[in-house]
Write a protein that binds this ligand. Sequence first.
Ligand code: UD1
Ligand code: PEP
Length: 434
Amino acid sequence: MEKIIVHGGNQLTGQVQIEGAKNAVLPILAASILGETGQTRLTNVPILSDVYTMNNVLRFLNMDVQFDEDSRSVDIDASGNVSGEAPFEYVSKMRASIVVMGPLLARLGRARVAMPGGCAIGTRPIDLHLKGFEALGAHVEQQDGNVIATADHLTGADIYLDFPSVGATENIMMAACLADGTTTLENVAREPEIVDLANILNKMGAKVFGAGTEMIRIEGVDHMHGVDHHVVQDRIEAGTFMVAAALTHGDVLVADAIPEHNKPLISKLREMGADVIVSEDGVRVIGPDRLKPADVKTLPYPGFPTDMQPQVSVLQLAAEGTSSLTETVFENRFMHLEELRRMNAKFQIEGQTVALFGPTQFSGAEVAATDLRAAAALVLAGLVADGYTQVTNLKYLDRGYYDFHGKLAALGAEVKRVEVPENDEVILKSSKIK
Ligand SMILES: CC(=O)N[C@H]1[C@@H](OP(=O)(O)OP(=O)(O)OC[C@H]2O[C@@H](n3ccc(=O)[nH]c3=O)[C@H](O)[C@@H]2O)O[C@H](CO)[C@@H](O)[C@@H]1O
Ligand SMILES: C=C(OP(=O)(O)O)C(=O)O
């Protein structure tokens, strides 16, 4: 078993480099299915377990995929006979593999994808994706745990999403690229990752207009081809390091972070007393001596991102006073708080809102990540905890953060990732981690 062990108390200072965005590269890898001729070359691809999983999904679909970790690039050839089936083995590993369904349906007129289950943060149905495919003329049915969508041809339609779902927006947008006529998609997700997806689709020959606004219009085309594309920076990884700087009273430049993509977080950091300096080089965060409490409510973009909620809860717990935190996107995203309770956090959950009672002097404990951002939040708490914090279940962290402990250590944190034989106790004798 692997653990991250943190000894709290160090201020973080220096510069950290951010990777390409997980939530951009996954649908973009799926989009490469639409390139019937030529090759797609993606750069700024993060080294994450989710990327390996999506690469394997594409390989299973009979595409040639080469990931060169040194240059952070993926070369994809989708010009062969692409198959239309993504089995449970892959989809169960990563829910985001459902976004292959739209491009498969567009290119082949059929897709059979294992139904993704829920996960620790919510039930996460895909009804909006499927309603969108049906509106485009597909027949959708469920059989033996699979979703099967078929269509002789897809026809453009006017579609209104009940909720601005990121995955549904991406899936329907990709399905509509090769449909006959025009599709309008209203109440869509407006995340920067949607814009990045629309950008590559347009380079591939699609006609997608309005990404980043509440309505996207897609004029169907006959053919799409492979292209080169540089993946947008990860605003959630950037935000996590901004929180780390504020929490440890540090001074960190998050290099190449895009400030426009993190407006709600930057605003909260300032409200809590941090100095946030935006420049051409990125976003520099200088933590205050004392953090002020602030209320946070998650919302679809451009609101406060749910993927920053667990990390910001640690900051709120450290602040001097009571803060409230409301989660509106997922129904069960407070699991990390029960682990933080073991580190001395005091809070009260009522429905979708939690009152967080600061200031907390976190105490080191052995804690287990329940999902990706929970893992990051627990490491963050360890940075300011008394003594040692040991975080397990790192498979979640590896889905979304490359070399998290290494980047923190380079900023001055006392943190190590270790391999521990099952049931073997790690004995820490000195204040320095050996
Ligand atoms: C790979 C990726 O990009 N993941 C992100 C994406 O996930 P994902 O695309 O799964 O998130 P959605 O925006 O679709 O989900 C938001 C909410 O809508 C609900 N819903 C969604 C689809 C549907 O058909 N029916 C339905 O009810 C979900 O259960 C959830 O409560 O956006 C989330 C919300 O910003 C982020 O937390 C995830 O990091
Ligand atoms: C919830 C997340 O991702 P996914 O949708 O891939 O589970 C996340 O990135 O925090």
